[in-house]
Design a protein around this ligand. Sequence first.
Ligand SMILES: Nc1nc2c(ncn2[C@@H]2O[C@H](COP(=O)(O)OP(=O)(O)OP(=O)(O)O)[C@@H](O)[C@H]2O)c(=O)[nH]1
Length: 171
Amino acid sequence: MPQPKYRKIAVLGYRSVGKSSLTIQFVEGQFVDSYDPTIENTFNKIVSVNGQDFNLQLVDTAGQDEYSIFPQSHSMDIHGYVLVYSVTSMKSFEVVQVLHEKLGNSEQHTLYLLVIKYEEGKKLADSWKATFMESSAKENQTAVEVFKRIIMEMEKADGITPSRDKPCRIM
Ligand SMILES: Nc1nc2c(ncn2[C@@H]2O[C@H](COP(=O)(O)OP(=O)(O)OP(=O)(O)O)[C@@H](O)[C@H]2O)c(=O)[nH]1
């Protein structure tokens, strides 16, 4: 069995869009109904994808708006980003676009749009050459699929950029 690969993933987005709920659904398999604003939480989980174990470190970040200063720590040592917006919030859809700009625009980066109007989200993801996924933090399966998919996309990007100096990005 090969050694587990360490991968660090940051979950970013506007306030109250479900970043913590999605992360906790993936890590603990439960849906958190209450709302407790996050400052920053880190979770660890080992997950197996295509026979390879991954030692994941997930950084559940504080909600940001278009005026937030993008923390330097969110652009260092990160292998992938999950950018989250809510289907019920146009504002949160705008904020992921601002975050995408702040993260840069390399074609190596993979962006996932979560929980939004399908056609609009798909169109934006396509324009970023990103994979589009819909997910609900109420469903364990779709939450797990999001994180497994980002792992696979990071693996693909690793094949292209072995130095890993160009991280994948998830939205
Ligand atoms: N119906 C539904 N509610 C959700 C979903 N995800 C999160 N929520 C609810 O939305 C609220 C906010 O969720 P959080 O996960 O705390 O949001 P957050 O993005 O981490 O919030 P900040 O820490 O402020 O950035 C909570 O009451 C959740 O129960 C979802 O997929 N479906």
